[in-house]
Design a protein around this ligand. Structure first.
Ligand code: ADP
Ligand code: MG
Length: 248
């Protein structure tokens, strides 16, 4: 699918989102290019998850327009399931199917949603497990995995639908410290394969090294949009300066 803006993956135009009287996102406009990695950072409660969830319609925007590869997903006639297949999401708490083996977790959507023949789905799942270095866990159930392994399975499961865009909402926040790196390494490899990514993270090392751009969200707005070297060495707004002073 190629729109009139051929190299733009995500175009957001005056996005608003409220929960009742609570206005969470306020006139967010932004563009993310194909293959770009954007790190979303900002204080707790500023709207990072809500913003991410609007991008695959897990939340319905109150107003504004979002285009994915030139297609307006905020059009009321859109097929929401199609959009979610194309825009994968990885959550803090993995959300694996507990009653299925690792292999079945990864095969499930390609087989049931895309009608991929089982044999093909299995080959694909094994190739993805190789990518996330978990081939030996194919027949294991999620309860037997470490947090880092669970999250790598969740990433593989998302990739099995061959999305154009991947969203990550604090993918390493629930992990023991020694497991953070193995997940960040897989995310970096995904980014190097050319994936367009938006990543909510507190891992500033990752944001610096892997992200092409930082969005600093503050009170429902993108307060700063800058390359990491600029953002981390010379944040413009006092709010970003305060935020960085607290976490670095
Ligand atoms: P962040 O991810 O940056 O911590 P969130 O996007 O989760 O922030 O939340 C932003 C604000 O919206 C918070 O005040 C939160 O309580 C509120 N909020 C988030 N989801 C809902 C919801 N489903 N219903 C009501 N309020 C919500
Ligand atoms: Mg959040």
């Amino acid at each position: 699918m190629q729109g009139k803006n051929g190299n733009i993956a995500i175009k957001i135009d005056r996005l608003y989102k409220s929960f009742g009287s609570l206005q969470v996102l306020k006139a967010i406009s932004a563009e993310i290019a194909k293959g770009e990695v954007v790190a979303l950072i900002g204080p707790s409660g500023c709207g990072k998850s809500t913003f991410l969830r609007c991008l695959n319609l897990l939340e319905k925007p109150t107003s504004g327009k979002i285009e994915i590869n030139g297609q307006e997903i905020t059009d009321p006639k859109i097929n929401v399931n199609k959009i979610r297949q194309n825009v994968g999401m990885v959550f803090q708490h993995f959300h694996l199917f507990p009653h299925m083996s690792v292999l079945k977790n990864i095969m499930y959507a390609p087989v049931t949603v895309n009608n991929l023949p089982k044999q093909e789905a299995q080959e694909k799942a094994m190739a993805l497990l190789k990518k996330v270095d978990l081939v030996d866990k194919a027949d294991v159930f999620p309860a037997k995995l470490s947090g880092g392994q669970k999250q790598r399975v969740a990433i593989a499961r998302s990739l099995a639908m061959e999305p154009d865009i991947m969203l990550f909402d604090e993918p390493t926040s629930a992990l023991d410290p020694e497991m953070v790196k193995e997940v960040l390494d897989v995310m970096q490899a995904v980014s190097e394969s050319g994936m367009t990514m938006a990543v909510v993270t507190h891992e500033m090392g990752f944001a610096k090294e892997v992200a092409d751009r930082i969005f600093f969200l503050d009170r429902g707005k993108i307060a700063e949009d800058a390359p990491p070297d600029v953002f981390f060495s010379n944040p413009e707004s006092p709010r970003a300066q305060q935020f960085l002073a607290k976490i670095l």
